[in-house]
Design a protein around this ligand. Structure first.
Ligand code: FAD
Length: 462
């Protein structure tokens, strides 16, 4: 079997891997991507993209349901969930073609198959056994949905988001285990399509990693949307009864039985580190993920890892940003290390939730003196005009230095507002500088400027 030589081998063609390959091509490196499934990885095929397409369908259904708020009377309408799934798959196909085109345009070879590292600079691809060598290798193999004991994902009654994204019928009733972004996004989709939805969360709040005030506001909105939820709750036992499933759950020791047609597991992901040859080469793992430094270097020179397999912050834009940092490091460009505190984390529910940096509790734990600036959407003209005015923007600021330590948003389209905050944090802007940039009126972005002013005690419209 012949051996092909490259400057860089990338294992995995998700948003980490394919972006790394393009950056490598731009820098004149001859790279190759080995992908066992489809370019675009989980994000494009079974994650970010199809789920957001379905959420848009859910939003259309909700708008029709509330059309009378706008004086539009709709006597009857019908909804077809299979059409929503089909639309989401069409969006995926379009984007997939786009990524394939980008690979061709950048003259990047994509090899279909399973890659294993056989030596520090050598990868073997199965089936076929083709051998590839390169001075540098990037592991970008992503992660997969986790099961919990007693609730193993079987793809039928207990499903992951992977199966949910192909399910042409709304599972009703459905139990979602895990109030993560993924769990709450599916809760929103299924509730909009009429299903009885119950979310089970072990921690004290929905979206438990968010600022507590945001979680409270979010829980109010979920109650209003008639999404049932139990926090501080564990699944104790699951019994399959024909085509149904019965769950025994315990909330602080109080037992309850819940029946569902299906259970969707959304309890996080586990890195794809198996069968890659990592043990043989001595690549160090940390809590099951590949351990990397600020430049995505593993402990083995020439071997890098990016994206969900590192579990630094399992998000698509993080994977891509890590890909660029890794490749620029390989090319000797000395890139700026990523600051994970400046990277937005988004949940595309209704209302949407987004955050960057430290929560108020985390900021207080640092011992710094902080001030909090908060502004509600109900005092914003644009939010009232579009009839979506729940929520607020909250900024956590270091009182002495003026540094923005954290930003927490809940409300209409707040995921679109994170760019400004990410830029402000990266450029180390103060709330005063943020507020001095004149924001167009009427826009939702005015809420950010007002929250910045609020942190200085200078709020105008509240
Ligand atoms: P992946 O996208 O998982 O790609 C890894 C690739 O490697 C896969 O294509 C796999 O086939 C391939 N591979 C693995 N092992 C091998 C091997 N040995 N040989 C060859 N190929 C291999 N993130 C966001 O930022 N925003 C969102 O809105 C969002 N929504 C999500 C919704 C859902 C339902 C899910 C499940 C995830 C969502 N995510 C979202 C997370 C996002 O999908 C991941 O963070 C992202 O895909 C990680 O990119 P990656 O390149 O590290 O890995």
């Amino acid at each position: 079997m012949s051996t092909s030589e490259f400057d860089l081998i990338i294992i995995g063609g998700g948003p980490g891997g394919y972006v790394a390959a393009i950056r490598a091509a731009q820098l004149g490196l001859r790279g190759v991507v080995v992908e066992r499934d489809r370019l675009g990885g989980i994000c494009l095929n079974w994650g970010c993209i199809p789920s957001k397409a379905l959420l848009q369908n859910a939003s259309v259904v909700e708008t029709i349901q509330h059309a009378s708020d706008f004086g539009v009377q709709i006597q009857s309408f019908s909804i077809d969930f299979s059409a929503a799934i089909m639309r989401s798959r069409t969006v995926v196909t379009k984007l997939l073609k786009g990524v394939e085109f980008l690979m061709k345009k950048n003259k990047i070879e994509v090899i279909k198959g399973d890659a294993t590292l056989t030596e520090r600079d050598r990868v073997e691809v199965q089936p076929g056994g083709r051998a590839l060598t390169a001075k540098n290798i990037i592991i970008a193999t992503g992660a997969r949905g986790r099961s919990i004991s007693g609730l193993t994902i079987d793809g039928r009654q207990v499903i992951s988001s992977r199966e949910a994204l192909e399910l042409a019928e709304v599972p009703d009733p459905i139990v979602i285990v895990g109030a993560s972004a993924v769990g709450m996004e599916f809760a929103t989709i299924y509730r909009s399509y009429g299903a009885e939805v119950t979310v089970i969360e072990m921690l004290p709040h929905l979206l438990p990693k968010e600022d507590e005030e945001v979680s409270f506001e979010f829980e109010k909105a979920m109650k209003k949307a008639d999404i049932k939820f139990r926090v501080n709750t564990k699944v104790v036992q699951a019994t399959r009864l024909g085509d149904k499933i019965q769950l025994e759950v315990s909330t602080n020791g109080r037992m309850e039985t819940i029946h569902a047609q299906r259970v969707l597991m959304a309890v996080g992901v586990q890195p794809n580190v198996e069968n890659l040859g990592l043990e043989t080469l001595g690549v160090e793992l940390e809590r099951g993920a590949v351990k990397v430094d600020d430049y995505c270097r593993t402990n083995i020179p020439g071997i890098y890892a990016i994206g969900d397999v590192t579990m630094k912050l399992p998000l698509a834009h993080v994977a891509s940003a890590q890909g660029v940092v890794a490749v620029e490091t390989i090319a000797g460009k000395e890139p700026r290390a990523l600051n994970y505190n400046n990277i937005p984390r988004c949940t595309y529910t209704r209302p949407q939730v987004a955050s960057l940096g430290l929560t108020e509790a985390q900021a207080r734990e640092t011992g710094r003196e902080i001030c909090v600036g908060k502004f509600p959407f109900r005092a914003n003209g644009k939010a009232l005009g579009i009839n979506e005015y729940e929520g607020f923007v909250k900024l956590i600021v270091d009182k002495k230095r003026g540094e923005i330590l954290g930003a927490h948003l809940i409300g209409p389209e707040v995921t679109e507002l994170t760019g400004e905050l990410s830029l402000a944090k990266s450029a180390e802007l103060t709330p005063m500088q943020l507020a001095h940039a004149v924001h167009a009126h009427p826009t939702l972005t005015e809420v950010i400027a007002e929250a910045a002013l609020a942190s200085l005690g200078q709020v105008i419209h509240a």
